[in-house]
Design a protein around this ligand. Sequence first.
Ligand SMILES: [Zn+2]
Length: 290
Amino acid sequence: MKTQAFPYKEIAPNTYEIGEFDCASMFLLVGDEKAMLIDTGMGIGDLKGFIGKLTDKPLLVCYTHNHIDHVGGAGAFENAYIHPNDMALFSEGGGIGLSVEKRRFDIGFHAERTKSVYPYNLDEDLSEWGPCPPLSPLADEQVIDLGGRKVTAYHCPGHTPGCMAFLDAATRVLFLGDALNCNLLLGGGAPGTPRFVSIERALATLKRIQSLGERYDHYYNGHYDYRALGEPLGADVLPDAITVCEQIVAGTAQVEYKPPALPFLPTRPSATVGRTRITFNPDGVHEPQP
Ligand SMILES: [Zn+2]
C-alpha cells in the first residue's frame, strides 16, 4: 500500500497545509459543498486516499503552475484546473519531465538537502504518471464557489507564464504557489518563446499581489523550506522581492553568480535583498518592444 503518512497542519478552520516530505506543499480548502485541492506535489504516495480521510466532498484540483513538483501527482485525480498559459506543458511538468526517474532524482535531492528520513519507499510510492486528467481553464479573477466559501483566482505571471494565486475570502489567506518565495526563480523561458516572462512583467505581478493586501492577512507559498509547515511566509518577502525586481529593471541590482538553487538549473545571475533572492535571465529583463 502506498503511504498516506503526509505531515499536515490545519492552518485555519477547514483549511489544511499538506507537506509532501519537504518536496512541496499542497493546500486543501473544504467548503459546504465542495473541496479545493491546490497542487498535487511530485506524486509520492497516496495523496488522494489521504485527502479522503479529511473530506468526502467532491474535489476541484486547482494548480498554481505546471512544474514537476506541483503537478507530479495530477494523474491520480479526475480534474485539473490551470491557467491556459501553463496547459501546454502540463503533462510534461513544465517541460522538465514527469518520468519516475526524473521525479526520483528531484525527491532524492530534497531528501539529501534535509538529511531526513521519510515514511516512503519510492519503489512502491512513486509510480508512472497516469493518464493526464482533462484540463479546464482558470481565468484571472475567476471565483471558485465551494459552498459558503469563495476563492478568487489571480493570474500571476512571473515564475511561469500561467502562475495562479488563490485568495480565500473566508480565511483571508492568499495561496501563492511559486509566485513568491525566498528563492524566487524568474525568467525561465527565453525571450521569444511561449515560456518567456520579463522581469518587468513579473514586477507588475508582485505589485498587484501587494495591491490586494487589504484582502488577506497571510500568504503561503508552495513549499515549506523557508518557513515551518503551517506557518505563513514572512511579510518581508513581498516588499523585498519588489525591491529586487525594481533594482534589476533599473540596472542597479548587486548581481551575483552563485550556484543554482536546484542542481539541474543553469547558473544564472541573482540579486538579493534581505533574505529574498531572485534568479533571472539577463536577456529577459524588459518587455519586448512591439
Ligand atoms: Zn515552480
